[in-house]
Design a protein around this ligand. Structure first.
Ligand code: C5P
Length: 213
């Protein structure tokens, strides 16, 4: 397998598709640093919520982009409410613009990188050597999200989780700026019927095949 010296791998996909798991495994396999770009949008949302800023205001959301580095490891980033606000403020062009450079810098670092998100293969790193679009049925993703919530000791109903997943899909796919979309040259990985190990094995196989070809 030919491996470029500054290997960049882009992983995109909807919520709970398994893209984070796949991206972390690819980073470990290829010895690359990994950035979960969803945490940047979540950090802006958390900052905004803590300030009491209005998520309906693009200006307030832009202000909340300042000082997010200190929130990188905050356990509250994973809260459902934070994810919901993240999915709203991520539609603002000014917020996307404010977060663009640090993502591009991460992708462009010497030695290469793996990034996962919604617009990595299309906007952040369009020249990535390998791109994966990870997906799964909404039902499968809702079940995974429910398991994850229960694991964290939270109670939820499958029907509500499914509604939330569908609402996020809708917002992410239909916003005007950098919508969730499969890049033309992205390889599709459908994880609906795959467990974690099978999804990771298939992701590695697809990337190695792309690098070999
Ligand atoms: O991936 P995660 O669910 O943590 O992302 C939270 C929200 O951030 C998503 O619902 C999406 O709207 C937004 N996001 C984005 N572009 C990215 C990563 C995340 O718009 N590259």
């Amino acid at each position: 397998m030919r491996r470029p010296p500054d290997l960049v791998i882009a992983v995109d996909g909807p919520a709970a598709s398994g893209k984070g798991t796949v991206a972390r495994a690819l980073a470990a396999r290829f010895g690359l640093p990994h950035l979960d770009t969803g945490t940047l949008y979540r950090a802006v949302a958390l900052n905004l919520l803590r300030w009491g800023g209005d998520p309906e205001s693009e200006f307030a959301a832009l202000r909340a982009c300042d000082g997010i580095a200190s929130l990188a490891d905050d356990p509250e980033l994973r809260a459902e409410a934070v994810g919901g606000v993240a999915s709203r403020i991520s539609a603002y062009p000014a917020v996307r613009e404010a977060l663009l450079e640090r993502q591009r810098d991460f992708a462009g670092q010497s030695g290469g990188a793996v990034l996962d998100g919604r617009d990595i293969g299309t906007v952040i790193a369009p020249a990535a050597h390998a791109k994966l679009f990870v997906t799964a049925s909404a039902d499968a993703r809702a079940e995974r999200r429910l398991n994850e919530l229960e694991h964290r000791g939270l109670t939820a109903h499958l029907a509500d989780v499914l509604l939330d997943i569908r609402a996020r899909d809708e917002r992410d796919s239909h916003r005007a700026t950098a919508p969730l979309a499969r890049a033309e040259d992205a390889l599709l990985l459908d994880t609906t019927t795959l467990d974690r190990d099978a999804a990771v094995a298939e992701a590695i196989r697809l990337v190695e095949q792309r690098l070999a070809g």
